[in-house]
Ligand binder design. Structure first.
Ligand SMILES: NC(=O)c1ccc[n+]([C@@H]2O[C@H](COP(=O)([O-])OP(=O)(O)OC[C@H]3O[C@@H](n4cnc5c(N)ncnc54)[C@H](O)[C@@H]3O)[C@@H](O)[C@H]2O)c1
Ligand SMILES: [Zn+2]
Ligand SMILES: [Zn+2]
Length: 367
């Protein structure tokens, strides 16, 4: 083991009951075997954080929020082979066990051996503690809304050092989720027509992915003019204010429609946006337990497909460096996603803006 045994106080945004987060000073223990201490460079604010803060998804608490982060490795525990002190790493919010049937089949996003969903490290514990001695969980075993965090080795994926922190952080969730939904889950072909419902960080990344593979046309749908303008800057060929408007733009129905909001009304609109043989990709997440319905006869008669896409069907150790290289090669305009640079103390304001459907992506930047 290299690095300090006990670490100083760490400022972190803690969720401990619906509505808000509080910035607290927590104690952080040094990494144990196969764990990595990361000094955070940046952490994006994703709607999946907001679902938790708004009490829509049950999660253990208190919990250090943030699952879209990147930083530099400061220390490593025993047995760590994949990263070294000084490496720049993008954090994966679904660290894979590497041993289950899904991992062995190359579907790390479906790993059944991970404990990420429990918000604990591989041994079932956490390294954060309140001064009172109370354990504090880390959201999806990442906890990137903190100056430093201890994560499983499998969650720390090295990327080239010249990727700016804000962009690296977004590769940790929105970008991989959106670009991966196009490239891995749907495997969209050049020339295919695409509708994207919702142009937040995730939906804009779907647009960027669709442009990367040469889809055409790419119809972006949002209720915010600002988001629609941005969608057109990053590759959308058309903008629509509703699914009805989008339907009119893709005559006989689209080849692919992506839902990147998580609303019942837009989920239910997906089959009606597709042409015969079309593929609907559900990326947005609703509150737990929400149901949606659609016209089964029309769906079957048109031979359509509906698929859920989690984490862009990605293998982070493969996809994060690939996306980083595409960005560095100028093929992915990821800088455009970063609309607001904020501090940890500004998080409640960022969540409020997200509830009002404002801002493409707020990103906490650490000094
Ligand atoms: N599947 C996954 O692996 C995965 C990963 C990350 C996030 N998500 C989910 O994806 C969704 C989007 O995340 P985000 O961070 O981009 O959220 P966001 O809040 O930044 O973006 C949502 C967008 O939808 C727009 N919108 C809201 N209501 C609308 C309506 N009725 N019609 C059209 N547009 C509307 C908003 O203006 C906003 O631009 C969330 O549900 C999030 O939890 C899923
Ligand atoms: Zn996310
Ligand atoms: Zn696994």
């Amino acid at each position: 083991m290299s690095g300090p045994d006990t670490l100083g106080a760490v400022r972190a945004a803690v969720f401990d009951g619906p509505g808000a987060v509080s910035v607290e000073e927590l104690e952080l223990e040094a990494p144990r075997a196969r764990e990595v201490l990361v000094r955070m460079g940046a952490s994006g604010v994703c709607h999946s954080d907001l679902h938790v803060v708004d009490g829509e998804w049950p999660r253990p608490s208190p919990v250090v929020m943030g699952h879209e982060g990147a930083g530099v490795v400061e220390a490593v525990g025993d047995g760590v082979r994949g990263v070294e002190v000084g490496d720049h790493v993008v954090l994966s919010w679904f660290y894979a066990c590497g041993r289950c049937a899904h991992c062995l089949a190359g579907r790390a996003w479906a790993c059944s051996g991970t404990r990420a969903g429990e918000c604990v490290l591989d041994d079932g514990t956490t390294r954060f503690r309140r001064p009172s001695g109370e354990d504090v969980y880390t959201y999806l075993a990442v906890g990137s809304m903190a100056e430093r965090s201890v994560v499983p080795e499998a969650a720390a994926i090295p990327v080239p050092r010249d990727v700016p922190w804000e962009v690296a952080a977004l590769i940790g969730c929105a970008v991989t989720t959106g670009v991966g939904a196009v490239v891995n889950t749907a495997r969209v072909e050049a020339g295919a027509s695409v509708v994207v419902l919702g142009c937040g960080g995730v939906g804009l990344s779907v647009v960027i992915g669709a442009a990367l593979v040469g889809a055409h046309p790419i119809v972006a749908v949002d209720v915010s003019e600002e988001k629609l303008a941005l969608a057109q800057e990053v590759g959308a060929t058309h903008a629509a204010r509703s699914p009805d408007e989008a339907r009119a733009l893709v005559g006989g129905g689209a080849d692919y429609a992506f839902e990147a909001i998580g609303l019942v009304e837009t989920v239910e609109a997906v089959p009606s946006l597709l042409g015969p043989g079309g593929v609907g990709v559900l990326v947005g997440l609703t509150a737990a337990g929400v149901r949606a319905s659609f016209d089964v006869y029309s769906f079957v008669d048109a031979g359509q497909t509906l698929v859920g896409s989690i984490y862009g069907g990605a293998v982070p150790a493969l996809d994060f460096p690939r996306i980083a290289e595409l960005y560095l090669a100028g093929k992915l305009p990821l800088d455009r996603l970063v609309s607001h640079r904020i501090g940890l103390g500004d998080l409640d304001e960022a969540f409020a803006a997200m509830r009002r459907r404002e801002r493409a992506r707020s990103v906490v930047v650490f000094g």
